[in-house]
Design a protein around this ligand. Structure first.
Ligand code: NAP
Ligand code: ZN
Length: 348
């Protein structure tokens, strides 16, 4: 056991605070990583505030991790001390079910081990995430990160990047397709960048007029305000794909109505409360309502390599760890441009 510094939530209604965490000594297949940067995902907030239920306190969030290898177990072959690496939303899976064998560990039939607020495959050991100075992860779930890009801007790719890349690839979004992105936050801004890089004609669908200029700089071709009824009427039947990244309750029917015949609406955001869907919105245009969860390890590596090749990173606002509670509040207020990233050197 090695004691490391971290930030923790003890309950849903208390601010995060410093915490000493025990990490395991690296076993044969383990990589120990000194964390340089960790992104702040809205899932961290949902979990800390127990909005989805099932939060196991104390919880140390964080699943957008970039760092340097500090120690390796004696059977580790892909990494050595000093390598730059990443860890995303999960740190293990059963390895033998159909989905794991097909590199879709995120859909492990026996339950994958998430990076925090989850159990390792022994089903006993609770996981603690990246708001900490070090993490120990089995080699297979560690990603190679290119030193070519600024690392603090790479960290959010480990969740926001792969969560948007994976469905864009799966549904084969391509040049000429009309893509709507609902919500311009962490996931949304990556959907804009990656979607545009794949050749799609991207429209940001936002509540926040103040984000219009940014949307264009991120690569969006159009920007529309969703709170305006006449705009929503004008946009009816105009998208081949919609990526919905909204974190709070909203009406899916309003956005389904914007899809073309055969259009696909991809749910990425996870509002804590369920939404009603009108059958007419689906049958009227043979539309599909689908969802997608992050992406497998192989695809995450593919995404990191793709982003390095296409010079795609996240737009980040750096914070020290003692600003984390303020960052949560600003994220909840939609005031994030477009991902908070913690400089872990500030955790002393
Ligand atoms: P975020 O940075 O807070 O962005 C969410 C955006 O949604 C906001 O910036 C805002 O954009 C819009 N929004 C927020 N509240 C809204 C409301 N009441 N009505 C309409 N729009 C609203 O969050 P994030 O980190 O991108 O995460 C987004 C969601 O995806 C969260 O629920 C998170 O848990 C989930 N998630 C899912 C996966 C997955 O694998 N599927 C992975 C990671 C995260 P505008 O100001 O532009 O309207
Ligand atoms: Zn996330």
């Amino acid at each position: 056991m090695k004691a490391v510094k971290s930030y923790v939530a003890y309950s849903a209604d208390k601010p995060l605070e410093p915490y000493q965490l025990d990490r395991r000594e690296p076993e044969a297949n383990d990589v120990e990583i000194k964390i340089l940067y960790c992104g702040v995902c809205h899932s961290d907030i949902h979990t800390v505030r127990n909005e989805w239920g099932g939060t196991m306190y104390p919880v140390v969030p964080g699943h957008e991790i970039v760092g340097k290898v500090t120690r390796v177990g004696n059977e580790v072959s892909r990494f050595k001390i000093g390598d730059t690496v990443g860890v995303g939303c999960f740190v293990d899976s059963c390895g033998h079910c159909k989905n794991c064998k097909e590199d879709n560990e995120q859909y492990c039939e026996n339950g994958h081990s998430q990076t925090y607020n989850s159990y390792l495959q022994d089903r006993k050991t609770i996981t603690y995430g990246g708001y900490s100075t070090h993490i120990v992860v089995t080699e297979k779930f560690v990603l190679n990160v290119s030193d070519k890009l600024p690392l603090e801007k790479v960290a959010p790719l480990l969740c926001a990047g792969i969560t948007t890349y994976s469905p864009l690839k799966h549904w084969n979004v391509k040049a000429g397709d009309k893509l709507g992105v609902v919500g311009l936050g962490g996931l949304g801004h990556m959907a804009v960048k990656i979607g545009a890089s794949m050749g799609a004609e991207v429209t940001v669908l936002s509540r926040s007029k103040s984000k219009e200029k940014d949307a264009q700089q991120l690569g969006a071709h159009h920007f529309e305000i969703t709170t305006d009824k006449s705009t929503m009427e004008r946009l009816a039947n105009s998208f081949d794909f919609i990526i919905d990244t909204v974190s709070a309750q909203h009406d899916y029917n309003d956005y389904l109505a914007l899809l073309n015949t055969n259009g696909v609406m991809i749910i990425l955001g996870v509002p804590p409360t369920p939404s009603d869907v009108q059958a007419f919105q689906l049958i009227g245009g043979r539309r599909s309502l689908v969802g997608s969860l992050v992406g497998g390890i192989k695809e995450t590596q593919e995404m990191l390599d793709y982003c390095a090749e296409h010079n795609i990173t996240s737009d980040v606002e750096m914070i020290n760890i003692d600003q984390i509670n303020e960052a949560f509040e600003r994220t909840l207020a939609g005031d994030v441009h477009y991902r908070f990233v913690i400089d872990m050197a500030s955790l002393k």
